[in-house]
Design a protein around this ligand. Structure first.
Ligand SMILES: N[C@@H](CCC(=O)N[C@@H](CS)C(=O)NCC(=O)O)C(=O)O
Length: 101
């Protein structure tokens, strides 16, 4: 499967898709928030530093979203952004409706 297909399939087949790096504190925070708030929502997490195509996936995400940093988060096939964006959505009460849409 190409990197593009992997990304597109995972964001369309999972309510939440998180492109992360295992050591990244922002990623840890975003993963903890999403998995604790939505434990039953199908969530796919890729640790880009632990998989062979990780840097190619990061390149494709930059091309697709304009964002190179991790975490790079998609909810319901929509690009949401990184940790700050998810926390902002949660604080403004919009996160739950985005996930349940
Ligand atoms: N403000 C961003 C910060 C994200 C960030 O700085 N992530 C670092 C890793 S901790 C990053 O992506 N660095 C570039 C890289 O790993 O290629 C957010 O809220 O997600």
């Amino acid at each position: 499967m190409s990197v593009k297909d992997l990304v597109e399939t995972s964001i369309s087949e999972n309510k939440i898709a998180i492109f992360s790096k295992s050591y990244c504190p922002y990623c840890k925070r975003a993963k903890a928030l999403l998995t604790s708030k939505f434990p039953d929502v199908p969530t796919k997490i890729y640790e880009l530093d632990e998989i062979e195509d990780g840097s190619a996936i990061q390149d494709y995400l930059q091309e697709k979203t304009g964002q190179r940093t991790v975490p790079n988060i998609f909810i319901n096939n929509k690009h949401v952004g990184g940790c700050d964006a998810v926390i902002g959505l949660d604080n403004s009460g919009k996160l739950a409706s985005l996930v349940s849409a």
